[in-house]
Design a protein around this ligand. Sequence first.
Ligand SMILES: [Zn+2]
Length: 352
Amino acid sequence: MLITITVADHFHLVMPGWSPVALWSVAVITGLLFFAALLAHELAHSVLAKARGLRVRAITLFALGGVSQIESEASDAKSEFWIAFVGPLTSLVIGVICLGIARLTGWAPGSEPYTPVPAVLLWLGYINIALAAFNMIPGYPLDGGRVLRAVTWWITGNADRSTRIAAQVGQLVALLFIISGLIQFFSGKGFGALWIAFIGWFLLDASRSSYIHVELMSGLRDRRVADIMERDCGTVESHLSLEDFVDEYMLRSGRRCFVVIQNNYLVGLITPHEVKQVPRDQWPQTSVQSVMRPLRDLKVVTPDTPAVQALELMTREDINQLPVVSHGHLEGVFSRGQVLRFLQTHSELHGH
Ligand SMILES: [Zn+2]
């Protein structure tokens, strides 16, 4: 809607003679074509990532652009370079093709077209070229930042260090955006300047979180679930009532997650979330077993699962803990809290 309104506003300015119906239908079509172009940009990233053996989970389109959710990182600098570069390249090619067809359908460079087809093509042409240019700004995690990361990776041979460098350049670029946006706004350049500051803020946030992500991943590299998991986790018998469970186990220990066992075998998991589904007055006659998340619905890991992989699984499934199971027996619980504590100790001991 935002894009359609922006486009309608633009066409209203350049072509005042159009009827409202013509104006809005052209604006809607242009908005849809713009999203198709964004999708093509993201598909280019995804297709190349898949060709290089990476898994692509989803593509999300939103007002500021799109994001391809590629699950794992490229294993070499060359793949990283092409996966990042192909997106802006696609936008550039689309932009140039749009301008070319606009030229063929009667648009003369330097003038404004008066008919819908070249007008739409001209707008799409410029916006796609602008999109390619914006994405090539060397601020990680923008495509340009990924290209920068791939190039430094190729030169230094160190993936972690190049991500740190790219993320720091990203923060610098973001600060420049914010400062120049604010200066322009206060010298009376209007709300367009605030947009620049806003994009800078968005970039700053994104590059900071990718920096943290790298620090996190380098702390967890070569670690297995068994190095981090909590071994003596809270266990509760399946036949217990919710009332006894809450009073005697959950409140007394302060733990939030308990594994449910039956004859020494793991049968499920229970957290405050499951307890809250049951009204308070029914707690005495409801058993833990009847509300727990049963084992067959749980994602589990083994002690040998790499810690990074377990963390990715938790993020993907939006859960806070994973039972660690080996040959049907519970070995421990791997949780976000454990990972945080582990990383804290790790950074205290290694001093960064
Ligand atoms: Zn991209």
